[in-house]
Design a protein around this ligand. Structure first.
Ligand code: HEC
Length: 126
């Protein structure tokens, strides 16, 4: 009887462990536990792109003290980095570009995809 109870406990523990691994993997893939559902129609510069840059880029690229002489923070400055190809090169850690955000984790697969879709749509000021 004692062994039976131990076996049940062990099985319960295994189920809990396996299911928590599943959620960890999803979080790693998407950056959050939400699936990556944004389409061009739902991506707006003001609503999606600026918050990401605010969180991870603008603090080092202000006009007062721009890292590497790169200024960000307005549509004009951010669009210039799209036009010269540096924005996507840096966030995707492509060779020949400095990896950004500097000294921090790479953007999640989902966030990189969101920025790429915005760029491919012509980086609209929407
Ligand atoms: C901790 C400060 C810091 C953060 C955060 C940061 N940068 Fe930078 N960035 C720098 C510095 C310093 C340089 C210049 C030196 C270098 O290239 O590493 C630079 C260079 C760049 C360059 C020019 C690189 C090249 O290859 O020509 C771009 C474009 C850029 N950053 C964009 C971004 C973007 C986009 C983000 C957010 C995803 C970001 N940065 C976040 C400090 C930062």
């Amino acid at each position: 009887m004692r062994n039976f109870i131990l076996a049940i406990l062990a099985m319960g523990f295994t189920v809990i462990t396996v299911s928590s691994c599943y959620y960890d993997n999803e979080a790693l893939l998407y950056g959050t536990s939400k699936p990556c559902t944004d389409t061009v129609a739902t991506i707006s510069y003001a609503q999606k792109i600026v918050p990401l840059f605010q969180q991870s880029c603008y603090s080092c690229h202000t006009s007062g003290s721009p890292g590497g002489g790169i200024v960000m923070g307005t549509y004009t400055t951010d669009k210039a980095l799209v036009t010269n190809g540096k924005l996507y090169g840096c966030i995707s850690h492509a060779s020949g570009f400095s990896a950004m955000p500097k000294s921090a984790a790479k953007f999640s697969v989902c966030n990189i995809a969101v920025i790429k879709k915005w760029i491919d749509a012509g980086a609209p000021n929407n």
